[in-house]
Design a protein around this ligand. Structure first.
Ligand code: NAD
Ligand code: ZN
Length: 341
């Protein structure tokens, strides 16, 4: 990825056990703090630590409870204190081993510990592999909403081993399906069929390539990168309202259908792609209902990062595989949300 500091993305099956070698090929011996959650720790931290030690790295580890509820200021601060307790210096390295929650928290800690140290993403969920591990968006949730504090901080390397998907349950795999369908909707209609057929190797390569091009063109999310927010304006409200009992990808799936429906009903697009999306996502097993109070949804939508002055940037699907950005006056936001539900 040709960002200011370029980095590689390595994709393969059963490559976690060789992670130490891939890191050593790029980074001199140093101390590595492995950051992971309670579930992934039991599954994959041993094999990774062994490989790191074999290749001359010193290691330490921070583990926090699994799940979106951990993506808080409190966990963030615990990670920073642990880095200091371990005596980590500016030339040392964080390795984020886990899903998007681990990646977002570790990346944010890396961006701010001693004003910024290097970190490596080793995603272990389908969602993190196709989306969150690439692009350098890091952050945590605040009480008022998702991802409201954070930083742009690119990793030094991404190592994606899709053998780790073997231990994901179907619900977690669906989270990745939603983000991969999103990439297809935004940039490449032919990708969607491959997503539905669970062709992981192909889908990962395409999603990562699409994200790479978009991030290279707009690292700081001031323009076209916002297309990747398709489904997320309404999706984030759903995550928040449900107290995260609806997980990120499932919320984005509902959000993509709702945002497509709303854009069509408001005359912003000629095509009602919500019918198509509801059909394919429904067939994958997504529950697409949004059984919440529109006023409460609107309350959370108001805390969205995409609001600028008196408008909010929304993503309008023109057709399958092509979306555009649209500045919606904030006065029309309640109607937009209601029409999507
Ligand atoms: P997650 O990190 O909470 O992982 C989901 C669950 O799967 C957790 O319980 C975890 O312990 C478990 N798990 C992880 N790997 C496993 C494995 N191999 N086997 C068995 N269980 C495993 O959630 P997620 O779905 O990976 O990521 C969602 C988060 O990512 C959200 O917070 C979202 O906002 C964020 N996100 C960030 C970006 C970005 O660009 N930074 C993009 C998309 C999503
Ligand atoms: Zn997302």
């Amino acid at each position: 990825v040709s960002t200011k500091r370029p980095y590689d993305i390595l994709i393969g099956q059963d490559i976690l056990k060789d992670a130490g070698k891939y890191i050593r090929e790029r980074i001199d011996p140093c101390k590595i703090c492995l950051v992971t959650d309670s579930k992934v720790n039991g599954l994959y931290s041993q094999v990774l630590t062994t490989s790191l030690i074999e290749h001359g790295f010193q290691t330490c580890k921070v583990v926090f409870p699994e799940g979106e509820h951990s993506k808080t200021m409190n966990t963030y601060s615990n990670i920073l204190e642990a880095l200091a307790d371990e005596g980590m210096s500016r030339s040392d390295l964080i390795v984020a081993l886990g899903g998007g929650v681990v990646g977002d928290l570790s990346g944010f800690a890396a961006s701010s510990y001693m004003r910024g140290i290097r970190y490596i993403q080793i995603p272990t969920t389908y969602l993190a592999t196709v989306d969150s591990s690439v692009g350098g968006k890091t952050g945590i949730n605040l009480l008022n909403g998702k991802n409201l504090a954070g930083a742009f901080w690119q990793p030094s390397l991404v190592i994606s081993d899709y053998k780790t998907f073997d231990t994901l349950n179907d619900d977690e795999l669906l989270n990745g399906v939603a983000e991969a369908v999103k990439s297809g909707m935004v940039a490449e209609n032919t990708l969607i069929d491959k997503v539905l057929h669970r062709d992981y190797a192909y889908v990962i390569e395409r999603c990562v390539s699409i994200k790479k091009s978009i991030v290279e063109a707009d690292e700081r999310d001031t323009g076209m990168r916002q297309l990747l927010n398709f489904g997320h304006t309404i999706g984030h409200c759903i995550e928040k309202i449900s107290s995260f009992s609806v997980s990120h990808g499932h919320a984005v799936a509902k959000g993509m259908v709702a945002e497509s429906k709303a854009a069509f009903k408001m005359g912003l697009t000629e095509n009602d792609v919500s019918v198509y999306l509801a059909d394919i996502l429904g067939s994958c097993g997504f529950d697409l209902s949004i059984p919440y109070d529109p006023d409460e949804m609107y309350y959370y939508a108001h805390n969205d990062k995409k609001i600028d002055g008196d408008s909010i940037t929304i993503v309008v699907p023109e057709t399958i595989g092509k979306c555009r950005l649209h500045k919606l006056p904030l006065s029309e936001l309640p109607r937009y949300i209601e029409l999507g539900m």
